[in-house]
Design a protein around this ligand. Structure first.
Ligand code: F6R
Length: 255
């Protein structure tokens, strides 16, 4: 594994030989955080990339890693969608992680995609994160539009949890759960804002696969701009980005 430090020493890029190694490395870092923090508050992500990260965490749980002290907040949820809809991120988290580990049910939270008043739900979500003492480690993927959470371009770096419109490209990217019919992917979502994400004490982004190479290059080596939400990570004091060789394929890494 190769480690590169950029942005005046603030961003660590970890280059893994393949996707499995990248996801295992991410899981190992999450586990280190959980073991080291008295009251771990984890920010979680969904999507295909995270499936292997959660598989690795479930394996570590079977080997003794406990989630009992953890509180979790997810980045986002479609809107509107019922919690028990199998395509919801509530269902995803239950399937991929929560049902396999000893996490306390009342200590996991995602934005409520069925909230009748989304603005109120967003304010309550921000309040709940604050009441938990803030997020210690936020896990992130990156969308083809450069989004983190569902912060589509342009997203101001000061944005907080809010209702957003999803880009068509994102809806196409996420069509698999909707029988490959991108038109059926909800048009809107509730998401932590870029500012909410930047408030986490540590950020951990994972990107794998050749399809992500262009946007990873734009985010890490292009301009820092609201047109690429993930470029905001370079303003964070403690961010690690774990990439497999395909996702890192277009980086110059000459800093
Ligand atoms: C999901 C999320 C998104 C995904 C991103 C990558 O909670 O916040 O930002 O991380 O769209 O998704 P995959 O891994 O499916 O390519």
């Amino acid at each position: 594994m190769r480690h590169v430090v950029i942005e005046q020493g603030r961003m660590e890029i970890v280059l893994a030989p393949d996707a499995m190694t990248a996801c295992r490395e991410a899981a190992a870092r999450i586990a280190d955080y959980m073991r080291g923090a008295p009251d771990p508050v984890l920010g979680l992500a969904t999507g295909r990339t995270m499936e292997a990260v959660y598989r690795a965490l479930v394996g570590m749980h079977r080997d003794g890693l406990s989630f009992a002290r953890c509180r979790t907040f997810n980045l986002d949820e479609y809107y509107p969608i019922a919690r028990d809809d199998p395509r919801s991120y509530h269902a995803y988290m239950h399937e991929q992680l929560f049902r396999h580990v000893d996490i306390v049910p009342g200590r996991t939270r995602l934005p409520d995609g069925a909230a009748p008043e989304p603005e109120r739900e967003c304010r309550a979500y921000e309040d709940a994160i604050r009441a938990a003492g803030g997020i210690g480690l936020q896990l992130l993927g990156i969308g083809l539009t450069g989004h983190i959470g569902f912060n589509e371009p342009p997203s101001d770096f000061a944005t907080r949890t809010r209702l957003v419109e999803l880009d068509e490209e994102t809806r196409r990217q996420n069509a698999e759960m909707f029988d490959d019919r991108w038109q059926d992917v909800p048009r809107r979502a509730l998401t932590m804002g870029v500012g909410t994400i930047l408030d986490a004490r540590c950020l951990l982004m994972v990107a794998t696969g050749a399809a992500k190479a262009r946007i990873v290059r734009d985010a890490l080596e292009g301009p820092v701009t609201p047109m690429v939400s993930a470029s905001a990570l370079r303003q964070h004091p403690a961010c690690t980005v774990i990439l497999d060789s395909e996702a890192a394929g277009l980086l110059r890494l000459d800093r």
